[in-house]
Write a protein that binds this ligand. Structure first.
Ligand code: 5AD
Ligand code: SF4
Length: 459
């Protein structure tokens, strides 16, 4: 969501006459778009602001802005903590940036704009934004959250849930596709409740409309909440060919007692039922999840239930976090906090268990042929890990199940490039690693390089 918002912020700055630079030292203005979901994210934001403050002592004209959830949460306290900051703007103030920045430029005043409306105005116009990735783009379909999980800061910094009108979402995706985008990820804190409050169409209907956009190849969405995840969306994986076979369904804990204290409003049994229904409907589906370890009062027995759930479900991937207190989230006042040492131990146990499962899941794909949406040349290209001729590129892309696949390809010079970002390439999986797969394109006329090395073949 912050990536999406950063694109809007960047477009606004460009309209005001700024140019993007990758070099912090030469920037006239820096906006830090912050996250406060966990304590570590907030610490990172402040340590980066410390770096900017030092930069400003060398370059007093530098304008520093702080946006996003830390800005929303801390407001003018940020001005006291980091006196070099000029602007603090909250999660609902992005649309006002084009007015705020000229004021600071003209008057060199300091501004805090962190109002949070109960019923936020969602801007009518399709947002103008810069996107980094020419192939895959995020599209926010709703903002805020009404769920109030007891550990979570989101409802307090992003406000109440509000959905955008489907016509505007469809128009935005249509424009992205016109500009070359092939894949969209629909974003919301709880996409399954899309449109309910406003009486708009259901999320499954929205998927159906997005599915019929010509030129779009793949649809992803995040995040789903187990309590609202219904059969209509489960069926969408089968019904709509562009909806990718991957679901991120955060479970947070395997213990009913802890789920209740987290105010998640579902049980372990209900979660397991959803997983069965998903797998019955779509046997290829990849399932990933989030886990919080060390929630206040989590006993050894509760934690054992979480490990057991992970073992039972065999997720394709897992994001695991140690619990941290967040301002205004009720769990900060809960008793029986777990020590930092114990939380780390539990985190390691989860990660070790999942690592084996992920490897096995990846290994099971070896020998299969997967359609890869090519994203670009892989970052490893320049690392020298695999010594290849210069005409050979190491490409990277993803399976519909969201697994990263890297492969080599050499274009024959006489023909136009037959691999490029945005193309779907059928790839035979050759090797499985912990976080990625290695493949070999099939059915291409030009030469491709093998994994280990020296051989190449003409398919
Ligand atoms: N402590 C640790 N993890 C948290 N998450 C959200 N709030 C907290 C917190 N206070 C995790 C949840 C959520 C993910 C985005 O971040 O697992 O799904
Ligand atoms: Fe936070 Fe719960 Fe809302 Fe997700 S559903 S954003 S965890 S309050």
């Amino acid at each position: 969501m912050n990536v999406y918002d950063s694109g809007k912020i960047a477009a606004c700055l460009v309209r005001l006459g700024y140019q993007q630079t990758g070099m912090l030292e030469i920037a006239d203005l820096v906006i830090v778009n912050t996250c406060t979901i966990r304590a570590k994210a907030e610490q990172k934001a402040f340590s980066f602001l410390g770096r900017l403050a030092r930069l400003k002592t060398k370059k007093p004209g530098l304008i520093i802005g702080v946006g996003g959830c830390v800005a929303q949460q801390e407001g003018e306290k940020i001005l006291r903590r980091v006196p070099q900051v000029d602007l603090v703007f909250g999660t609902q103030a992005i649309e006002r940036l084009s007015l705020l920045i000229p004021k600071i430029e003209d008057k060199r005043c300091r501004i805090v704009d962190v109002g949070l409306m109960e019923k936020p105005d969602l801007p009518d116009a399709v947002p103008d934004r810069l996107i980094d990735d020419p192939v895959s783009a995020f599209v926010t379909i709703m903002r805020g959250c009404d769920n109030f999980c007891t550990y979570c800061v989101v409802p307090h910094v992003r406000g109440r849930e509000a959905s955008r009108h489907p016509d505007r979402i469809i128009k935005e995706i249509g424009d992205l596709v016109q500009s070359g985008v092939k894949e969209v990820t629909l974003l919301g804190q709880n996409v399954n409740s899309y449109g309910k409050k406003e009486g708009l169409c259901s999320f499954a209907n929205l998927l159906s409309r997005v599915n019929s956009i010509d030129g779009l190849l793949r649809i992803r969405f995040t995040t789903s909440h187990p309590k609202d995840f219904g059969s209509d969306v489960i069926n969408a994986f089968k019904t709509y060919e562009k909806v990718c076979d991957h679901i991120h369904l955060p479970v947070q804990s395997g213990s009913d007692r802890i789920l209740d204290r987290m105010n998640r409003k579902y049980t372990r049994a209900l979660y397991l039922d959803k997983i069965s229904e998903l797998r019955d409907n779509c046997s290829a589906i990849a399932i990933t999840s989030d886990i919080i370890v060390g929630f206040p009062g989590e006993t050894e027995a509760d934690f054992a239930e979480t490990l057991d759930l992970i073992n039972t479900i065999q997720f394709d991937g897992l994001f695991a976090f140690v619990y941290s207190d967040r301002p205004n989230a009720p769990a900060m006042h809960f008793k029986n906090k777990i020590s930092e040492d114990e939380k780390r131990k539990r985190l390691q146990a989860v990660l070790a268990l999942q690592e084996n499962v992920t490897r096995m899941k990846n290994q099971a794909l070896v020998g299969s042929v997967q359609p890869i949406l090519v994203e670009g040349v892989s970052k490893k290209q320049s690392s020298g890990r695999f010594k290849r001729p210069l005409t050979t590129a190491q490409w990277t892309g993803r399976t519909p199940t969201n697994k990263i696949v890297n492969f080599y390809h050499t274009d024959s010079r006489q023909r136009r490039a037959d691999i490029f970002p945005g193309k779907i390439v059928r790839t035979r999986i050759e090797e499985a690693y912990a976080h990625s797969l290695w493949g070999e394109p099939v059915g291409l006329k030009s030469t491709t390089g093998g994994l280990k090395g020296e051989e190449s073949y003409a398919a």
